[in-house]
Design a protein around this ligand. Structure first.
Ligand SMILES: [Zn+2]
Length: 417
C-alpha cells in the first residue's frame, strides 16, 4: 500500500491523504484549508477521479464532520462514494438545510466503531475518537498485509476520553505506519502542558454562572456537542435556562447525546431567528418549528428571562440578540479558541464588547491531544513508523516520538518501509 499526503504534512487543516493498493485508490478526508477565506477558490488536490469519473478512485472516507476535513468534498464528482459516520452525515445534512456552510452529503456506507468496511482492496476499521466534533473516528486501514493507523483529530480530555483510554488499553497490533495529528506539536520551546479538560470547562461555567447576576452570553460552536452538554449541565446546576437558536437545537438533536438537551428538557428553550424562519418558510419545513412545542421561546419572554438565562451567542444571530435582550453590562463567555476573538473573525464581537460594556470570560478546552497524550498513544501503539500530519511543526516530531519519518505533501511512500 502506498500513501501520499496531499495536504497536511506541514499544516493544520485542509487534510487530504491518498492511499493506493493494487491500482485502486481511496482518500482519507478532503478538507478545506483553515486559512482559506469564505469565498476563496481553492484548487482540488491532484487526485485522479475527483472531477471526472474514474473507477480506480473508490471513495472518500471522512474521519469527522469538521470543514478542514470535509470542506472540498462538495467540489467532487458525484460518482465518488463518501463514507461518514451516521451522526456525522446527519450533522452535515442538517447544517446544509440552514445554509451553514455545509452540504447534504449522501453517505455511501456508515462508519461504525470497530466494524470493518471493505472497500476494494482496503479494509477500513473505524475507532471512535474523542474530539470536539461529534462522531469522530481514527481509521485503521489494511491492504497488502500492511497496516496504517490514521488518528484523524483526537484528544484525551473530552467527555469521550474513555475512547482514547480504550485505544491505549487495547491498541491494534502490528501498525506499520501511524499517521498522527500534531496540532499541539510546537516548533520550539517546551511542549505545552495538558490544558483544561471539558470537565474543567463545565466547572468554570458553573462558577461564572453562580457568580454572575445578569445575562450571560456563551459563544461556542453549535456543532461542539461536548461543550453544549457542559454548558447545559452548568445551567441545570445553577438554575439558569439555556437558550439556543433553532440551528443549534437541530445540531444537538442530530447528535442525540444523552447529555444534550432536547425540546422538552428542563431549563432549555429554543428561539427561531428571522433568517431561520425564512428558510423554513421557503422549504415548507414547518415541522421543524411545530415540533418545538412549549420549548419555543419568543422575543418578549426572552427579554424577561434574560438575567436568568445563558444565551448561545453566534455571530450570525448576534445583532438580533442585541435587539431582543438588554445586553448592556452582560457577561460574554468566550468558549472557543481565543485566536478567533482576537483575530479578524472576532472584529464585530470585539466591537459589541466595547459597545455594550460586556465582561468577558474565557472558558475553553482544546479539541486536540496534548503532546503528553500523543506520546502515550505512540507508546501504546508502538508503530514501526510515526508520520506527522495536521501539524505546523513536523520537524519537531523526532524530538518527541520514536521512529519518526517525515513525508512531504505530494510524495508517495510505502506503508511498510
Ligand atoms: Zn482538523
Amino acid at each position: 500500500m502506498r500513501v501520499r499526503i496531499h495536504r497536511g504534512a506541514r499544516q493544520v487543516g485542509g487534510t487530504c491523504v491518498e492511499l493506493e493498493s493494487q491500482g485502486r485508490r481511496l482518500l482519507l478526508d478532503l478538507g478545506r484549508p483553515l486559512e482559506a477565506e469564505r469565498d476563496e477558490f481553492v484548487p482540488l488536490p491532484r487526485v485522479a477521479g475527483l472531477l471526472e469519473a474514474d473507477p480506480t478512485l473508490l471513495g472518500i472516507v471522512l474521519s469527522h464532520p469538521h470543514q478542514d476535513h470535509w470542506g472540498q468534498i462538495p467540489d467532487v464528482h458525484t460518482s465518488v462514494p463518501v463514507y461518514t459516520g451516521g451522526v456525522a452525515g446527519r450533522i452535515l445534512r442538517e447544517a446544509a438545510f440552514f445554509g451553514a456552510g455545509a452540504y447534504a452529503v449522501a453517505t455511501a456506507a456508515e462508519l461504525r466503531h470497530a466494524e470493518p468496511l471493505h472497500i476494494g482492496p482496503f479494509q477500513v476499521t473505524p475507532f471512535a475518537a474523542d474530539h470536539s466534533a461529534a462522531d469522530a473516528y481514527s481509521l485503521l486501514v489494511e491492504a497488502d498485509h500492511q497496516r496504517l493507523f490514521y488518528t484523524g483529530d483526537l484528544r484525551a480530555h473530552g467527555r469521550h476520553h474513555g475512547r482514547f483510554d480504550d485505544l491505549i488499553a487495547a491498541p491494534p497490533a502490528d501498525i506499520d505506519a501511524l499517521l498522527m495529528e500534531g496540532t499541539h506539536v510546537q516548533a520550539s520551546g517546551a511542549p505545552t502542558p495538558r490544558g483544561p479538560t471539558e470537565a474543567d470547562v463545565q466547572a468554570q461555567f458553573e462558577n461564572t454562572l453562580a457568580e454572575t447576576k445578569g445575562l450571560v452570553l456563551a459563544a461556542f460552536s453549535a456543532q461542539n456537542i461536548d461543550r453544549l452538554c457542559g454548558v447545559y449541565a452548568a445551567c441545570l446546576a445553577t438554575g439558569r435556562t439555556l437558550v439556543v437558536d433553532l440551528y443549534a437545537a437541530t445540531m444537538a438533536a442530530a447528535v442525540g447525546d444523552p447529555g444534550a438537551p432536547l425540546p422538552g428538557s428542563p431549563n432549555y428553550r429554543i428561539w427561531v431567528p428571522q433568517n431561520q424562519r425564512v428558510r423554513i418558510k421557503e422549504a415548507g419545513a414547518f415541522e421543524r418549528v411545530n415540533t418545538l412545542g412549549a420549548a419555543r421561546i419568543f422575543p418578549e419572554e426572552m427579554a424577561r428571562l434574560g438575567a436568568k438565562a445563558v444565551v448561545l451567542y453566534r455571530d450570525g444571530v448576534a445583532a438580533q440578540l442585541a435587539r431582543m435582550l438588554a445586553p448592556d453590562g452582560a457577561t460574554l463567555v468566550w468558549s472557543m479558541w481565543r485566536g478567533y476573538l482576537d483575530g479578524d473573525r472576532g472584529a464585530r464581537t470585539r466591537q459589541r464588547i466595547r459597545q455594550h460594556h460586556w465582561h468577558v470570560a474565557h472558558h475553553h478546552a482544546s479539541g486536540h491531544a496534548s503532546v503528553a497524550d500523543l506520546q502515550a498513544l505512540v507508546h501504546a501503539l508502538t508503530p514501526r513508523t510515526v508520520v506527522p500530519i495536521h501539524s505546523f511543526a513536523p520537524e519537531r516530531y523526532a524530538s518527541l516520538f520514536n521512529n519518526v519519518v517525515v513525508h512531504a505533501d505530494g510524495t508517495w511512500w510505502e506503508v511498510g518501509s
